[in-house]
Structures are given as C-alpha cells and as structure tokens.
Design a binder for this molecule. Structure first.
Ligand code: BG6
Ligand code: MG
Length: 219
C-alpha cells in the first residue's frame, strides 16, 4: 500500500521544548518545595500536563486537592508560554524543514499529533504552521497517548486509512499509540526507550524521503 500521510509528534520531534517544560516545572517545584531534576524531567516526555503535575507532586511526596492542582498547572503553563513565546525558526530541529519540504513536494500529507495544548502557538513561533494539512493537539483529544485517538483522528481528518500512515515519535507512549492505531511507528531518538518502534532514527539530520520509502517498502 502506498504511503499517503506522515504524522509528527511535536515536542522532541520537531522542536526541543522539553527544556522549557523543564524550566517551568522546576520553577513551580521551587515555589512549592519540590526539588525537580533534569532526570525527573525525562519522565514527563509525552505525558499530559496534569499527569506531569501528579509526577512532580509524587516526587515531592505532596498531595493537593483537584482545585489546587488546577491552579498549579495553570501557573506552570503561564511560565511555559512565556518561554515558548521567545522561540523562533532557529529552534526547529536539524533536518526537519527539508524533510517536510520533500514530503510536501511528493504530495504526501502532513499532520501533527501532539498532546500539547500549546502546539499551535509553537508551530506559529517557528513558522511551520503552513506545512500541516491537519493539526490534532491537546485541545482536541480527550484520551492521552498511548490511546491511539490523536493519530486516528489525524488520519480520519485527511480521509486516509491508518495503514497508509507513518508516525514519528520520541516517546514510548506515542509509539504505542501509533502501533495501536495500526500505523507504522518510527522512533526519533533513544533506541533504549523506543524499543517497540518499527524503526528508530536518531533525528532528521540525515533522513530523506528516499530513506522513508525504503523503510516503508521493507515493512
Ligand atoms: C507533550 C510533552 O508533547 O505535551 C509533555 O512531551 C507535555 O511533556 C505535554 O506535558 C502537554 O503539553 P502542554 O503544552 O499542553 O502543557
Ligand atoms: Mg514528544
């Protein structure tokens, strides 16, 4: 079957926003007396905002009411938005732009499948919005990855069968979501944490459409 759609996760695949999430969570941690390290931050990859807060509170051995959690998550997001507002095109990860251009020129549809409620702001900041035929983000989905909803919704918005879509993801929960959606799952980053992926690439720096087509036809 022909490849028709490429779906990209955002954080960690197109841009490295993990550093801004870290700064904002660390700042919140300081405010409420939780020491939050870079190693702890690894646990938040691909995880929703509320679940991330639960992890932070768990690290600090703290418990909060739902109302308090809502306020803490909002505070973290206010700081996070301050950081991402400063982003520009220099933050697009190496090789991403030429790869998107190759896909577009070849007539392969491009979609975003992200847990983030800030996805549209980030795409605008780095001037990539126009490359995406569909955007599915944390404002649209009701079920977090590893639920396949984020990816199946992107495929249905573009009237494409799952079997003709490939997903690029840096988080294990996202790889699982892609496989559950019956899509090809390409891990971007660390082979240790992305074991279930169909293939793992270090990034897009040396990755071309020809490479993707080879992986696709060998599957
Ligand atoms: C994911 C990130 O893409 O989005 C997570 O990997 C983050 O770390 C999640 O918590 C939600 O993002 P936001 O911007 O809605 O808080
Ligand atoms: Mg990610």
């Amino acid at each position: 079957m022909e490849l028709k759609l490429a779906i990209f996760d955002l954080d960690g695949v197109i841009v490295d926003t993990a550093k801004y999430h870290f700064l904002a969570w660390q700042r919140l941690g300081r405010e409420i007396g939780v020491e939050f390290t870079r190693t702890d931050n690894e646990r938040l990859k691909g995880v929703s905002r509320m679940r991330s807060l639960d992890i932070l509170l768990e690290i600090g051995g703290q418990e909060r009411s739902d109302q308090e959690k809502e306020a803490l998550a909002n505070q973290k997001n206010t700081w996070y938005v301050e950081y991402i507002r400063q982003m520009d095109t220099s933050e697009i990860l190496p090789g991403v732009l030429p790869f998107l251009e190759e896909l577009r020129d070849a007539g392969i549809k491009i979609a975003l499948g992200s847990a983030s409620k800030n996805a549209k702001t980030i795409l605008e900041r780095v001037s990539l919005s126009d490359y995406f035929d569909a955007i599915v983000d944390g404002n649209v989905v009701s079920k977090a990855k590893p639920d396949p909803q984020v990816f199946t919704l992107a495929a249905s918005m573009l009237s494409t069968p799952s079997q003709q879509a490939v997903v690029f993801e840096d988080a294990q929960a996202g790889i699982e979501a892609a496989l559950r959606a019956q899509m090809m799952a390409i891990g971007v980053g660390d082979p240790e944490t992305l074991q279930d992926a169909d293939t793992i690439i270090p990034g897009f720096a040396d990755f071309t459409l020809e490479d993707l087509r080879k992986i696709w036809s060998a599957r």
